[in-house]
Write a protein that binds this ligand. Structure first.
Ligand code: NAP
Length: 254
């Protein structure tokens, strides 16, 4: 039912984890993909091969999304190669797991620059291309429960995700009448390279399994990608400035 043929989607942090699943889902639905990474060239190339095997155009581009110049160069490349952008998935994030009491100014800035300021740079650079989309263009940010709950060692990232959600709402206000939807998909705990490094990861996964209300099924990267696919499609044209939680119900289970 969702047909994204002819659409161009940029996925930041598309080399691994949730970003990789989003890129593949969007490609399966027909979109051509610009796949961004910063360090994992091999994994980015592997994901790109899977997308090319689906018969889609795919371009791999290295850019550190916390660096304004890199973001502008990446969007210049998208403009030169595809001439427009229909879907932007702002997925890449980092930040490190540490207690707030030992966080330095540098740690704080790194988390905010990669997880929040990147969306500012990405949108400032991409609005002219998003405005060339036929139909409404879709911007989707990826957030986490840390934006509204407290998790051990997650203070910096959680703070950045709260700011990200607010930034998305305010962009929705500024861009809605220019043909662009800005929404957030907020994911529960998914096993990826980063969450496997969480201190007490086993307890965190057990806790989220216990709170989940969809039987025995664990949340996977493709479950998050399915929500992103909806947000990227015309089915969500009237969804604006929202945060959609995909976590099997864990967040509402006390
Ligand atoms: N996993 C979860 O449980 C969970 C839950 C809720 C929300 N999320 C959110 O979902 C998103 C993806 O998480 P994940 O667990 O899939 O992460 P991951 O497996 O650690 O992958 C991170 C991705 O981001 C890219 N990246 C990191 N810093 C970057 C930078 N400065 N510039 C460009 N790319 C950068 C990485 O690129 P390289 O491969 O090149 O290093 C990689 O592709 C994040 O926004 C995360 O906060 C995750």
């Amino acid at each position: 039912m969702i047909d994204l043929t002819g659409k161009v989607a940029l996925v930041t942090g598309g080399s691994r984890g949730i970003g990789r699943a989003c890129a593949i889902r969007l490609a399966e639905a027909g979109a051509d993909i610009v796949l961004n990474y910063v360090t994992s060239r091999g994994q980015a190339d592997q994901t790109a091969e899977e997308i090319a095997a689906l018969g889609r155009k795919v371009a791999v581009i290295r850019a550190d999304i916390s660096e304004e110049d890199d973001v502008h160069s990446m969007l210049d490349f998208v403009g030169e190669t595809f001439g427009k952008l229909d879907i932007l998935v702002s997925n890449a994030a980092s930040g490190g797991f540490r207690p707030l009491l030992s966080a330095t100014a540098r740690n704080f800035e790194a988390a905010m620059n990669t997880n929040v300021r990147a969306l500012l740079y990405l949108l400032q650079a991409s609005v002219p291309l998003l405005e060339k989309s036929d139909g409404r263009a879709k911007v989707i940010g990826i957030s986490s429960h840390g934006s509204h709950t407290a998790l051990p060692f997650y203070g910096l990232i959680g703070t950045s995700k709260a700011a990200l959600e607010s930034l998305a709402r305010h962009f929705a206000l500024e861009l809605g009448d220019r043909g662009i939807n800005v929404n957030i998909v907020q994911a529960g705990l998914v096993a990826t390279d980063s969450t496997r490094l969480l201190p007490a990861a086993d307890e965190m996964f057990a806790g989220s399994r216990m709170k989940s209300m969809v039987g025995e099924r664990d949340l996977e990267a493709y479950d998050v990608a399915n929500a992103v696919l909806f947000m990227a499609s015309p089915l969500s044209d009237l969804v604006q400035g929202q945060t959609l939680i995909i976590d099997g119900g864990a967040a509402i289970h006390i």
